[in-house]
Design a binder for this molecule. Structure first.
Ligand SMILES: [Zn+2]
Length: 318
């Protein structure tokens, strides 16, 4: 199997333009590096896409890019470049990207030109996340590619924010990170999310499980669903004994359970917007230690105290 390290540049439409809703982010360059299963770079791809909807670069994008409209005018249409790219990828490969956005924007553009969907569920390696997890010991931070390249002392011999170069740099970072348990660190793209129970996705990793639900009309109905709110051990799949019930913490729901064999585990639910004002759920259940458990318990108490205080204030005011 090959690894296709993909990087895109895209232009952003102006929000007041009529074309913004049709395609907010238009791909203007596809860059990629192909790695064999020993992580050797065996080929590279780079092609400029001539924009069709947003012909002028958004000021923020222009500032970022190492080129301007005069180069874009020399590009070829998306359908032509993408077809060529698809053929170049071959049949047996896995995408690797720096962060989740490239695959989302690629598929938005593919949909706009009526290309067939990518395989479902689409698993890929998010090199940014793997780098943060393995090198910085914190998967929740999002370092820039430049930052990682500098830290890993990878020679810089071309401008960043050029898709072909960025794909090459991402491939170099990918070569340098540990490949032990690589398959354990795959991500699932959620551009096409489950629309019915049969399409729901559960991915087991060595220290967490991830579940992607079908769509629900709202958060309350989602949380009332057994599949969404159930807490099962990431390792043995047995039902966990509840230590802290689901509560809302900023933008997500959190709870803690315990497996008698595999210990304390934290559940986190994030709501993601879907079509027709619906939403779907991404739930992660992962192992935590006692300190983390106590931190979550303190957070819950804090939130409860705040709520009580607000209630009192309301009562006093009336
Ligand atoms: Zn267990």
């Amino acid at each position: 199997m090959n690894y296709i390290v993909l990087d895109l540049e895209w232009n952003q439409g102006r929000k007041d333009s009529t074309n913004f809703k049709r395609l907010p982010f238009e791909v203007i360059e596809i860059g990629a590096a192909k790695l064999d299963d020993n992580f050797n770079i065996v080929d590279q791809f780079g092609s400029i896409v001539k924009p069709r909807l947003h012909r002028h670069l958004h000021p923020a994008i222009r500032e970022l890019l190492s080129y301007d409209e005069s180069l874009l005018r020399t590009g070829r249409p998306f359908y032509e470049v993408y077809q060529e790219f698809e053929d170049w990828c071959g049949d047996d490969y896995m995408f690797c990207t720096w962060g989740p956005l490239d695959l989302i924007h690629l598929q938005q553009n593919m949909d706009y030109y009526y290309f067939d969907h990518l395989p479902y569920p689409l698993k890929y390696y998010d090199i940014q996340e793997i780098y943060a997890r393995t090198k910085l010991n914190d998967a929740s931070i999002h370092p820039s590619l430049e930052n990682a390249v500098e830290k890993m002392k990878i020679p810089i011999d071309g401008a960043f924010h050029c898709a072909k170069n960025d794909a090459y740099y991402t491939a170099k970072v990918f070569q340098k990170i540990s490949h032990r348990r690589l398959s354990d660190m795959c991500s699932v793209d959620c551009y096409h999310y489950p629309t019915c129970e049969e399409e729901e996705i559960t991915v087991r990793h060595s220290n967490y499980t991830e579940y992607i639900s079908r769509t629900f009309p709202d958060k309350k109905i989602a949380m009332a669903d057994d599949h969404v709110s159930s807490m099962n051990c990431y390792k043995c799949n047995r039902k966990l004994k509840t230590k802290i019930k689901w509560f809302s913490n900023n933008s997500y729901q959190i709870s803690v359970g315990k497996c008698w064999t595999h210990g304390l585990q934290c559940g986190k639910i994030k709501f993601k917007p879907a079509k027709y004002d619906e939403l779907f759920v991404i739930k992660r259940v992962e192992k935590i230690n006692k300190k983390e458990y106590e931190r979550i318990r303190d957070r819950q108490k804090q939130i409860q105290a705040k709520r009580m205080e607000k209630r009192h204030q309301k009562q006093n005011a009336s």
